[in-house]
Design a binder for this molecule. Structure first.
Ligand SMILES: [Zn+2]
Ligand SMILES: [Zn+2]
Length: 124
């Protein structure tokens, strides 16, 4: 699978399986692609923030890149975002429910200040 932002190759870093959720990470920008991440699935990945090994500054650059195509469906991904009380912005595929987070965002959005707001932006 190719990264929707920088078109680098993505490696599967968390496999499908019972009580698991597939996560792919880009070799270049280290963005993370989550397969069908829903509000109730968030608990499955909240202990996995070490997978978000990329550089925050690189992630911040790619955060400005919007309207990318889902690598699985080839359809344009929606943006889910809020400004208040915290700023959150990420890509979500309305067709397959995949979520793409730029490097550093997974760590940030699962921190105490962001978690509730991030979860509310995910599909139910
Ligand atoms: Zn990438
Ligand atoms: Zn998709």
């Amino acid at each position: 699978m190719q990264c929707p932002k920088c078109f680098g190759d993505m490696d599967t870093v968390n496999q499908d399986g019972e009580n698991e959720l597939r996560i792919d990470r880009c070799q270049e920008c280290h963005g993370l692609y989550f397969d069908q991440l829903t509000q109730s699935d968030l608990v499955l990945v909240e202990g996995k923030t070490a997978l978000d090994s990329g550089d925050d500054d690189v992630g911040a650059e790619y955060d400005d890149m919007v309207y990318v195509d889902c690598p699985k469906c080839d359809r344009i991904m929606d943006q889910r975002k809020i400004e208040e009380p915290v700023a959150i912005r990420f890509e979500h595929c309305p067709t397959c429910y995949a979520t793409f987070l730029d490097a550093g965002e997974f760590r940030q959005y699962l921190s105490e200040a962001y978690r509730v707001e991030f979860q509310a932006l995910l599909p139910e």
